[in-house]
Ligand binder design. Structure first.
Ligand code: SF4
Length: 444
């Protein structure tokens, strides 16, 4: 039996694709293995921005070295980079034996078998053929799982290559999402994290209306499910109905991840996004009012073409005014094939980095103050493990999405098991991470 190692890079959406690829390969007779023991290595790449592309290429080169040393026999590239740079991969990386676009994900076994039989193979069926659901081999701990509720994007932000790579927005049916959610909960998942390129658009294509609220209400009925988390909300489609459902349903954690990208009306318009500092501040206020205790995460881009010092200061002030609990700021990445790449007044790399760094530093201060203000609160924490070096247990509260946010570290006289919910009294915030002590006897 041939063994296969799958290395998934990039975001949680790609991670779910990787989980589906691995399950399909297993069903097709391939046995999963680590990269050092596998016959075939598959890199499920990310091609979103420059730094992600570099990481993908480095991973391919590392595996190419293993192939040269005879550790692995075949090397396959799938995912966004394969979709976006199909010709270049073949030309520039001759060690690669197979390049398969996302439209081939449903036929991965046939593609790999053809490659084994005939040598170098590439397949790029229509992206719309990509399966939106299917069996998965989870790469997350069994108590947490992602669910992809839609694929692609219709927003056409001018800096973003995702619509080129992944195609237009397509929602899964509520039935198929609920079925998958029930199966995951039966398998031990306590927390489900809903993802898509844009989760708040969910249902518009299928049901003619924004339907995320209805979907969430439906999922909340699943017995055994404790936490439901939604990532990647698009500001224009955050409806009052959605906020009401979030406020009403106890299982939906009061956490919103809304990548806003900028706050200056001029820059947002150049990004093909709507709103300005005033309207976005008002939206953030409304969310805070409607969803008590909500934690807000956003992602911003600094140094977009034409961003003047004044535009940047507007962004910096917005960050201070809103006081996001979580925030990531990235330097604008000029992506070929996107309208923004052709805009005049591109900024120097150094200046973009300087601006992103300034926002990041300002945010660190905000988060540090906010973190220390949490002292005395008792938070429900989903235990993830034990840190030997620190001699502390750790987990996540409702304020922390897996992988992107911090952890809560805590002492415990009674050892919890990974997947246990415990109550932790917060005592401090050290380097952005909350620390505290478990309230003994409080198993939830
Ligand atoms: S919403 Fe904008 S940034 Fe996000 S995936 Fe769609 S086009 Fe890209």
């Amino acid at each position: 039996m041939q063994t296969v190692a799958l290395i998934s890079l990039g975001c949680a959406k790609n991670q779910v694709d990787g989980e589906m690829l691995l399950a399909a390969l297993e069903a097709g007779g391939f046995a999963p293995a680590g990269a050092e023991e596998a016959d075939i290595a598959i890199v499920n790449t990310c091609g979103f921005i420059d730094s992600a592309k570099k990481e993908s290429i480095e991973a391919i080169l590392d595996l190419a070295r293993l192939k040269k040393e005879g550790v692995i026999k075949k090397l396959v590239v799938t995912g966004c980079l394969a979709e976006r740079y199909r010709e270049e991969i073949h030309k520039e990386l001759p060690e690669v034996d197979g390049v398969f676009g996302i439209g081939a994900n449903g036929d991965i076994c046939a593609c790999v078998n053809e490659m084994l039989e005939k040598g170098f193979t590439q397949k790029f069926p229509q992206k719309e053929r990509m399966p939106l659901c299917g069996a998965r081999r989870l790469s997350t701990p069994e108590f947490t799982a992602y669910i992809k509720i839609a694929e692609g994007c219709d927003n056409r932000c001018t800096y973003c290559a995702i619509p080129l790579i992944r195609g237009g927005y397509r929602s899964r049916t509520m039935e198929s999402i609920e079925e998958e959610a029930r199966a995951l909960v039966s398998g031990g998942a306590k927390e489900l994290v809903l993802i898509a390129q844009d989760t708040t658009r969910y249902g518009l294509d299928l049901y003619g209306a924004y339907s995320l609220g209805a979907l969430l209400s439906r999922l909340c009925r699943i017995e055994g499910l404790c936490w439901l988390r939604v990532l990647y909300a698009y500001p224009d489609s955050i409806t009052d109905e959605l906020l009401d459902v979030m406020a009403r349903e106890e299982k939906i954690v009061p956490y919103m991840d809304i990548p806003l990208q900028h706050a200056s009306g001029k820059i947002l318009s150049a990004m093909n996004r709507r709103g300005d500092r005033e309207s976005l501040t008002a939206l953030m206020r409304k969310i805070r009012k409607k969803v008590p205790g909500v934690v807000l995460r956003t992602t911003l881009i600094a140094g977009f073409p034409g961003e003047t010092e004044e535009d940047f200061q507007e962004l910096a002030q917005f960050v201070k005014d809103v006081g996001f609990e979580r925030l990531g700021c990235f330097a604008y990445s000029r992506e070929e094939g996107t309208p923004a790449a052709e805009l005049p007044n591109q900024l120097e790399e150094e200046e973009k980095e300087r601006r992103a760094q300034l926002i990041t530093e300002s945010q660190l201060g905000i988060m540090e103050r906010w973190g220390r203000g949490q002292a005395g609160r008792v938070l429900t924490v989903l235990t993830e493990g034990y840190d030997e070096d620190a001699g502390l247990w750790y987990g996540r509260s409702y304020m922390d999405a897996p992988d992107v946010d911090g952890r809560v570290y805590f002492t415990a006289l009674e050892a919890p098991a990974p997947g246990d919910f415990v109550e932790v009294e917060i005592e401090d915030c050290i380097d952005g991470e909350l620390t505290g002590a478990r309230r003994e006897g409080a198993f939830l």
